[in-house]
Write a protein that binds this ligand. Structure first.
Ligand code: BES
Ligand code: MN
Ligand code: ZN
Length: 501
């Protein structure tokens, strides 16, 4: 969908959207339109008990011979107005209109009592509508035409529309990153496997991202026995992809050049391996590369909007399959860090992949921080449901930055504990550690495992996104399916704290 911006002008016909705030106060444009319609809008608002709260709307089909449809959406209380509220309103506008006409116009007015300018409001509304318009329908060859969305263009009008356009330009790049992530997690695992996912990463080259792909031979040389053990039961070759975005001018000093790093679990399908998962629900494991998907989409967003940051994204790509050469429970593998791991459950594979990806990232790049993302445990879904990702950190400052960014973009996290007693559950009689910590606190022991591969000097956050990478129901700016959770979150962390001036 194409979002465009223009200066205020009341359209003479077509599909028009206006706004109102809580208390049912119509915006200037809404008032003007209401007058043109002989008061139909206020009458309908009254009849429908419309109060202007966010989520409420008044919908008039063909109110007269000129207008095809007039939709009035509530924005909530003027004093509470924030980016997010406008994004959600935009998402709801898209959802309401997507099936009707090819084009619609949204009239955004400055509202008394808010800190936001009309241009800010318009840009955010456009962003939300765009985010909601995503659809993964490439394999629906027989979908009836009337089920396909028809809305192709949304024109948002506001004062100083050039400013809205400029603000939206960066948001659009972030949306492109989110869409890339959603595409990747939605692709089926016969199409998306380590090598084909690595190929998808190569597409970032045209944005100026340096992309390096390591195959099994190179990883064996580097000593990545933990990652390689996971992939050895699969006919698909394991891969590691390193994406580097250099957005800091060469003239800046060494400290400014130090990159921030993002590491993702990319299990393109997780059968559990020899510790085979039950068949019911196993299809969900196509999105077990969700962490990698976020890292890739985030790199696309950062490069797309030319963020003034040096960032490196590293993804470990494997397929976890049973087979004649598959890893067995009780195998002992040697990780790149030199630490040995007794693999007691081949279904606890994500941590093995991340162990080597994390070690590689820290030794090669000495980053300012590392954030890793992984659909790591079912246990985090038991703990936090589908509302928040689990966050683990060895650094309070970084943890706070991620927490605050989450609240700002509505990609929420909740910090979970780490500690010695949890760590000890990983001790093994046969190797430096085992890959499972027992029945209880499963997300915590998984995080403790990762922590054994984090150097003391590296500020680190681990996000267990198993509960938030995929959604069975639509939310205002997120259709059901792959959410892209994490791209907006980490883009925001970078934008707020790690870009050079
Ligand atoms: N990929 C799964 C975790 C997962 C579960 C993600 C549900 C998304 C939805 C992970 O590899 C896994 O199998 N974890 C095991 C760990 C256990 C064997 C210690 C789990 O959570 O059961
Ligand atoms: Mn698993
Ligand atoms: Zn997994």
């Amino acid at each position: 969908m194409k979002i465009t911006f223009a200066n205020p002008a009341l359209p003479a016909q077509g599909i028009v959207v206006v706004t109102a705030t809580e208390g049912g106060k119509l915006s200037k444009s809404a008032e003007a339109l209401d007058a043109k319609l002989g008061g139909a809008l206020t009458r309908a608002a009254k009849a429908g008990k419309f109060k202007g709260k966010s989520g409420e709307s008044v919908d008039l089909m063909a109110p007269d011979g000129r207008y095809e449809r007039v939709l009035m959406v509530g924005l909530g209380k003027a004093e509470d107005m924030k980016d997010l509220g406008l994004q959600e309103a935009g998402g709801r506008v898209y959802a309401a209109l997507s099936g009707q006409g090819a084009n619609a116009t949204v009239l955004v007015d400055a509202i008394e009592g808010t800190k936001m300018t009309a241009a800010d409001m318009a840009a955010n509304l456009g962003f939300g509508a765009l985010l909601r318009s995503y659809r993964f329908d490439k394999y629906l060859t027989k979908e009836p035409k009337e089920k396909k969305p028809v809305l192709k263009g949304l024109k948002v009008t506001c004062a100083s529309s050039a400013k809205a356009k400029a603000a939206f330009a960066g948001m659009e790049k972030v949306a492109e990153g989110v869409f890339f992530t959603r595409d990747l997690v939605s692709e089926p695992p016969n199409v998306l496997y380590p090598a084909s996912l690595a190929k998808e990463c190569q597409s970032l080259k045209k944005l100026g991202v340096k992309v390096t792909v390591l195959g099994e031979k190179e990883m064996r040389k580097l000593g990545m026995g933990a990652l390689l053990g996971v992939g050895q039961g699969s006919d698909r070759e394991s891969q590691m992809v390193i994406m580097e975005w250099t957005g800091v001018p060469k003239s800046k000093g060494a400290k400014a050049q130090q990159p921030v790093a993002f590491v993702g679990k990319g299990v393109t399908f997780d059968t559990g391996g020899i510790s085979l998962k039950p068949s019911a629900g196993m299809e969900d494991m196509k999105w077990d590369m969700g962490g990698a998907g976020v890292v890739i989409g985030l790199m696309k967003a950062l490069a797309g909007r030319k963020a003034k940051v040096n960032a490196v994204g590293v993804v470990g790509l494997v397929e976890n399959m049973p087979g004649g050469n598959a890893q067995r429970p009780s195998d002992i593998v040697t990780s790149m860090s030199g630490q040995t791991v007794e693999v007691l459950n081949t279904d606890a594979e994500g941590r093995l992949v991340l162990a080597d990806a994390l070690w590689y990232t820290q030794t090669k790049y000495k980053p300012k921080f590392v954030v890793d993302l992984a659909t790591l445990t079912g246990a985090i879904i038991v703990a936090l449901g589908n509302e928040r990702a689990g966050m683990y950190a060895n650094d309070d400052k970084l943890a706070d930055q991620v927490f605050q960014a989450g609240e700002a973009v509505d990609e929420l996290v909740w910090r979970m504990p780490l500690g010695k007693a949890y760590d000890e559950l990983l001790n093994s009689d046969a190797a430096d550690m085992q890959n499972i910590g027992g029945r209880w606190g499963g997300s915590i022991t998984a995080a403790q495992f990762l922590k054994r591969f984090i150097k003391d000097e590296t500020p680190w956050v681990h996000l267990d996104i198993a509960g938030v990478a995929w959604s069975k129901k639509a939310k205002p700016v997120t259709p059901k399916g792959g959410t892209g959770y994490g791209v907006r979150l980490l883009d925001r962390v970078v934008a707020d704290h790690y870009e050079t001036k």
